[in-house]
Design a protein around this ligand. Sequence first.
Ligand code: HEM
Length: 73
Amino acid sequence: MNWNTCIRQIHRWLSIAFTVAVIINVVAMAQEKQAIWVGLLALFPLILLLLTGLYLFALPHAAKWRSVRGISG
Ligand code: HEM
């Protein structure tokens, strides 16, 4: 598996972790439980999603920059 596929897989699985954390958050809110770690539970995968997502976003652009450079030498 190459690096880009690996990052895409990480992003995919992080999205599941994030979704589960959001559900846990909603349940905790419904029970009116106040705990800082419940909030952090969703924040942590979201930060990682942002980083891996920005990488995925940059991939096609980086490929274009590379090919333009390749043509002009
Ligand atoms: C936080 C900022 C996020 C950014 C910047 C971001 C960005 C991206 C980008 C650029 C792609 C690739 C699209 C493509 O070219 O095919 C992608 C795919 C995806 N994103 Fe995100 N994303 C973010 C958050 C999320 C969240 C919160 C979820 C869901 C909970 C999510 C779920 C997915 C899934 C399932 C894919 C498809 C992955 C695959 O190809 O298997 N992302 N995202």
